[in-house]
Design a protein around this ligand. Structure first.
Ligand SMILES: C[S@@+](CC[C@H](N)C(=O)[O-])C[C@H]1O[C@@H](n2cnc3c(N)ncnc32)[C@H](O)[C@@H]1O
Length: 272
């Protein structure tokens, strides 16, 4: 992950920081919440979480973001702790929890690696969705998940990097392949080093990405491709994207209906 972060930092100084500052940028939390949806009730991981939890379960959602898993689980468990490094993402989560009347959601702001959980840990189930590839040092991160979990831990992440989808665009603008992001196989190898043999399941997740028009799509892909936000770049992207995106119900979407995601799960080793 370090090589990839350095590459981003070189292409756009400040962008190598994908921590709280990134997620706190104006409007990003709200856009993220719209893009992923308010609730994960129909996500394949949710079915596994339902199976692993019951009315008396305690849960920690690591890097909870705007709370799609926290909010879906809250009515089904005793208590859920949403940990996230970004104040803006947690603000969206808090508001939604209030609207939902979820009184069993505790919100803790901080990096998972060093946040104080006190009596909120250990928990029966620990879940971490779409966070691990953003973490520079995955081993202590995963070790803490294992040490915080009594019953079952879940790590959820892409099984096909979105890099694969936009690779031709990346090569077009940067003239070289992108530094690879860590994959679920790297996560599985780290867990094995920690003495954990994770179950690995690959599921298909419907693509939710939609853009109201080409302009919005170009803005989003310019950011994903770490390109300078100039009129020339936007015009070129619009021209490339116009032949690639497909129309779907009055919106534009990438030409894939679903992408694979991996669910790594294991029996946590926390005591108490
Ligand atoms: C892609 S979002 C995923 C949010 C949510 N888990 C989901 O699946 O919708 C990544 C989230 O991880 C959080 N994050 C990144 N690094 C973190 C860390 N070291 N500790 C806690 N949260 C972190 C970010 O603030 C952001 O809210």
């Amino acid at each position: 992950m370090q090589a990839r972060l350095s590459e981003m930092e070189r292409l756009a100084p400040g962008r190598g920081a994908v921590g709280a500052d990134h997620w706190n940028a104006p409007g990003r939390a709200r856009r993220f919440s719209v893009a992923v949806g308010a609730t994960a009730e129909r996500d394949p991981l949710f079915a596994r979480l339902r199976w692993a939890t019951g009315r008396r379960s305690t849960v920690v959602d690591v890097g909870a973001g705007t709370g799609r898993f926290t909010l879906a689980l809250a009515p089904r468990v005793d208590e859920i702790v949403a940990v996230d490094a970004s104040r803006a993402m947690l603000a969206v989560l808090r508001r939604a929890a209030r609207q939902q009347g979820a009184t069993n959601v505790r919100v803790v702001e901080g990096r998972w690696e060093d946040v104080e959980l006190g009596a909120l840990a250990p928990a029966d189930v620990v879940v971490c969705s779409y966070v691990l590839p953003l973490i520079a040092e995955a081993e202590p991160f995963l070790a803490r998940m294992d040490a915080t979990c009594r019953h079952r831990a879940f790590v959820y992440l892409n099984a096909m990097s979105s890099d694969a989808l936009v690779d031709p665009f990346w090569r077009h603008f940067h003239g070289a392949p992108r530094r690879a992001a860590p994959t679920y196989l790297d996560a599985a190898a780290i867990l094995t080093d920690l003495g954990v043999e994770p179950d690995v399941e690959v599921v298909e997740v419907p693509t939710r990405t939609r853009f109201p028009d080409l302009r919005a799509a170009a803005r989003s892909y310019a950011e994903a491709l770490v390109l300078p936000d100039t009129p020339a770049v936007r015009a070129e992207l619009r021209s490339l994207l116009s032949g690639w995106l497909v129309e779907d119900g009055g919106a534009l979407r990438p030409p894939v209906r679903s992408t694979p995601a991996a669910i790594l799960s294991w029996a946590g080793r926390a005591e108490g």
